[in-house]
Design a binder for this molecule. Structure first.
Ligand SMILES: O=C(O)CCC(=O)C(=O)O
Length: 271
């Protein structure tokens, strides 16, 4: 793995840090091949959840709530018709696979070990990093949906906030195929909302601060395959829909600091 001399410094300054060439082409291909295998083996009829960060309805969905330590499939919003039937071929119907790939899938587990992702998180300030949630994000050509502006600390809550995202481009990510966008330095702003799990499993967004995100300062993070993008948990980020002809696969791992208190109200029960 390449050395990362100014990685932590830019992470602190901008709220994100970019390391091109961190993952070999061979590993990118291996992870994509594993994603293809998983998709080939899944039965769309079992899927009850359509992923979108705009919608609270997913909140009531047990399939989602119990995915924390499992390998489950979430469909693209546009992939199903009103009767729930697939409108596109299965290979392009999946939005993401989550949220326990890093524990439950041998290939993703090996990837984490070989790349010392816990060490990477320590270098970004986590004292006792705990890899909590993982996602293979497929962003299929033509249909891959947008992800709205959000802070990851909304979805993985510790006191104080500690979540860090390690996002790996498995394909070249450009504006055309829905690369990440971020607002440099905006991780110094407050957490805007929390996504709370109530004792009855109802989920609710709780407003904390109505300061708008300075989206006018947003920049696209166009990166080649093999790039690691580290994201501070308070950094607002998003991605566009993929209306291009090219895939935009990514793997995303979220870690929290076990030196901080993990809130009971998190959607994800710690395995
Ligand atoms: O890959 C994307 O489009 C969004 C990823 C993201 O928001 C995350 O990993 O926190």
């Amino acid at each position: 793995m390449p050395a990362l001399p100014d990685f932590a410094a830019s992470f602190e300054r901008d709220g994100f840090a970019v390391a091109e060439g961190w993952v070999s082409q061979a590993w990118c291909e291996r992870l994509k091949a594993r994603i293809d295998e998983l998709v080939a083996g899944f039965d769309p009829a079992t899927v009850r959840s359509v992923f979108t960060t705009h919608e609270q309805s997913r909140a009531t969905d047990r399939y989602f709530l119990e995915s924390g330590d499992d390998v489950r499939f979430f469909l693209e919003e546009e992939a199903v018709d009103t009767a729930g039937a697939l409108r596109v071929e299965r290979s392009r119907s999946v939005n993401k696979i989550g949220h326990g790939l890093h524990r439950r899938d041998a290939v993703f587990r090996r990837f984490g070990e070989e790349h010392d992702l816990l060490g990477a998180a320590r270098s970004l300030g986590l004292e006792r990093p705990h890899a909590l949630q993982s996602m293979a994000i497929l962003k299929p050509p033509g249909i891959g949906g947008e992800v709205g502006w959000h802070q990851d600390a909304t979805f993985l809550q510790t006191e104080p906030p500690s979540v860090v995202g390690l996002w790996f481009a498995l394909d070249d990510a450009t504006r055309d195929n829905g690369c990440l966008w971020a607002i440099p330095g905006s991780h110094r702003g407050p957490l805007r909302q929390r996504w709370d799990r109530h004792p009855d499993d109802r989920m609710e967004f709780i407003a904390l601060d109505d300061a708008p995100f300075a989206t006018g300062n947003a920049i696209p993070l166009e990166v080649p395959a093999g790039t690691l993008v580290a994201l501070h948990g308070l950094l607002p980020h998003r991605s566009d829909a993929n209306r291009s002809e090219r895939w935009r696969h990514a793997y995303s791992l979220h870690l929290v600091d076990d030196a901080c208190t993990y809130a009971d109200r998190n959607w994800l029960r710690r395995p």
